[in-house]
Design a protein around this ligand. Sequence first.
Ligand SMILES: Cc1ncc(COP(=O)(O)O)c(C=O)c1O
Length: 387
Amino acid sequence: MRETLRMQSVQSPIIPVVGELIRSNPGTISLGQGVAYYGPPARAIEYIERFAADPENHKYKLVQGIPELLEVIEQKLKTENRISLKGSRIVVTAGANMGFVNAVLAITDPGDEIILNLPYYFNHEMAVVIADCKAVCVPSDDDYQLQPERIAAAITGRTRAVVTISPNNPTGAVYSKSDLRKVNEICRSSGIYHINDEAYEYFTYDGARHFSPGSIEGGAEHTISLFSLSKAYGFASWRIGWMVIPEHLFEPIRKIQDTILICPPVVSQWAAVGAMQAGRDYCSDKLKMTAEVRQLVLKELETIRDLVTVPRADGAFYFMLRVHADTEPMELVKQLIEQHKVAVIPGMTFGIEDGCCLRVAYGALQKSTATEGIGRLVKGLKQILRN
Ligand SMILES: Cc1ncc(COP(=O)(O)O)c(C=O)c1O
């Protein structure tokens, strides 16, 4: 007995490997984890009582989500994202990852191609391979920004979608409105979908502005927008996100989600109603500390400019460092953990094959841990790379 060749070709995530290294080196500070440092608002927990008060809530509910949550999301999309839902609709999912898998399964046949921008979010690449499709990777520029002409040039007769993530994991880049508009137009004129992941929409700094391609006039037919409560509301384990999809994709997505999930966990959906009533202010408040941590990380990295380049990153909670050395990235990560007790994620996790890149994540950290962690990273890189 054996697994399929298809599944054998799916990459094994490196994050658990780094996790194991961290566990076997107690005291290691992780700059690897892509999660927020805080949990959900009190309002979310209060709403669990509403869930519990009605025995009907223990039964299956609508595939696309409970009306109460759909209503709050609709309002939010209108006021914050300028997404009007003319010609599109919302499907609540068990997180943005599930939204992505739903989308890929709904729009591809085996052997089709999906364009990902490099570096990619590894679960996107994995989902494409799991669906028996090909991930076509288009490099971003030196600042990890989109290259619309290269995206257009990569489109073939088998391409079904272009995927963008802004603010970006793993680079922290925030894409400009004009680049996102260009990509959306390329997709429209090529008759393919534009999938945009907005899991970090609230996480922007230094005046950077988030833009939702789902708001583009005439874009409803070919734009799929993915959202998540995981980061904004400290909701990672609650598994709630949603997708905005063209009306014509509702039938296939309903079939997929009905088969895999039946309905998103209703208790989490009620908690999500409470969280979203607390609203964006909840995240903005928490973001003040993350913004301070970001400054602290930037200031420390500035001291080793001869050793690493830190491309501009005005969003999410990541920096993707380019190390000025011909070192094998996983070897460097191992040395940093074993000798300096600090963990980062190697660039190859995100499809970077040329050069040595390291992803630094700072969203999970309190200030004191961040100071210690980044201090160890800088000292470690100095020692390893200057010797
Ligand atoms: C770009 C991006 N999309 C989706 C996810 C997963 O979101 P969710 O927890 O809603 O599935 C992550 C988590 O790190 C992410 O970075």
